[in-house]
Design a protein around this ligand. Structure first.
Ligand code: TXA
Ligand code: MG
Length: 365
């Protein structure tokens, strides 16, 4: 299939592009578009055949439901059989923005979208291009992140094309996504709302308006819990090289681990802060991916940096963990998944990997 590439420029020419893209979506085709979180792969959310094309383009398991994107708060009413008070409070406070609400679904939502669940995920993005596209379509747009299933979500149009060239009708280029991590998903159907996926709307922001909020216990990687968001159970964001996430104090050992791994002949990838970078000795062949000063910068760059490792192809990746306040919770959730839960901690008895995996030789004294 030919994939059209259209660059949005914030000028009058955009109108024509949006109309052409909306036309494709109304005809049942798939179009990739920017949002403030990550790029989405959009189709008419009320057309099962169009929605099936999204699953095909991504290679996505069909037990993983999609988010319906709307461009006005009122548009949620025909998609749901009823909203809880908590849902209304969250819509008023955080929409438009990076927050997805799980609500009871109405009969017009196809099973292909909800993956047979009695609930549906709904989001009103703040990105103006996304809003214009949804309005021009006149229907809710079903859209997952625009990556091949399992790969890091794309945060710029080049990364979308890397995965979707030839598989979708068009890619709209609206520049880099500001937040860089997918939206916070909150189940509003429970008496106490539950965060199923952390994101740009943080735990602290949610508790401030709601009081009590729970976090799905499965997010810690404990195999005794099954995540309530089906998509959270898959290995995800995974670079091709094995990755170790150094949590807490263990991060202080990153420079010496990198030296030992290189001495063993491994090509080492390092994902770390600017403060850690200055502590690293020069290591031949090291692939360094460094973020700036703030967690927000790391959030915005994380997926791009993980994809970059698939281009530079290190043998092993050592990543520095960060504290989990604010957007740190979402960043650490994505990094833990990228590491396949190979989480390194420093205990009284020395280093260990939380999921019981054996320490690699370059972490053993
Ligand atoms: O920021 C975002 O949310 C991006 C942009 C494009 O809007 N979209 C996105 O979609 O990340 P996706 O499909 O990659 O992730 C949706 C997540 C998945 O983990 C899915 O399992 C969960 O939301 N989800 C969708 N519907 C659900 C439902 N009814 N109940 C529980 N989880 C649901
Ligand atoms: Mg995704």
């Amino acid at each position: 299939m030919q994939t059209y590439y259209w660059k949005l420029q914030n000028n009058a020419a955009d109108d024509e592009i949006i109309i052409k893209a909306a036309e494709f979506i109304r005809q049942g085709e798939v179009v990739a578009f920017p949002t403030e979180t990550v790029y989405g792969l959009g189709a008419d959310g009320l057309n099962s055949e169009a929605v099936a094309k999204i699953f095909a383009a991504k290679g996505r398991p069909n037990d993983n439901p999609l988010i319906l994107h709307i461009a006005a708060k009122e548009s949620i009413s025909r998609l749901t059989s009823g909203l809880t008070e908590n849902a209304k409070v969250l819509m008023d406070r955080f929409w438009p923005g990076p927050l997805t609400l799980i609500v009871e679904k109405s009969a017009i939502v196809p099973d292909a979208v909800s993956a047979g669940l009695p609930t549906v995920a709904v989001r009103f993005p703040s990105n103006v291009f996304a809003q214009r596209l949804i309005k021009a379509c006149g229907c809710p747009i079903a859209a997952p992140s625009a990556n091949i299933s399992g790969r890091p979500s794309p945060t710029n149009a080049a990364d979308v094309l890397e995965d979707m060239q030839g598989k979708v009708a068009a890619v709209l280029d609206g520049g880099s996504c500001g937040i860089g991590l997918e939206s916070t998903v909150v189940d509003t159907t429970e008496p106490v709302p539950v965060i199923l996926r952390p994101g740009g709307i943080t735990y602290e922001m949610l508790t401030e308006v709601l009081g009590a909020v729970e976090i799905d216990p499965a997010l810690q990687g404990d195999k005794n819990f099954r995540p309530k968001a089906p998509g959270m159970k898959y290995r995800h964001y995974a670079p091709k090289a094995p990755m170790y996430l150094l949590e807490g104090k263990s991060a202080e050992l990153l420079p010496s681990m990198a030296v030992k791994a290189a001495a063993e002949g491994l090509k080492v990838g390092v994902l770390c802060s600017g403060a850690m970078k200055v502590l690293l000795p020069a290591i031949p062949g090291m692939q360094l991916a460094c973020w700036g000063d703030s967690k927000e910068e790391l959030a915005a760059e994380l997926f791009y940096l993980l994809r970059d490792f698939d281009r530079s192809r290190p043998d092993v990746i050592l990543a520095e963990g960060i504290d989990e306040s604010g957007i740190g919770l979402a960043v650490m959730n994505r990094m833990r998944k990228a590491a396949g839960y190979q989480l390194v901690t420093l205990t009284d008895t020395g280093l260990r990997i939380k999921n019981g995996t054996q320490l690699p030789s370059f972490m053993v004294k």
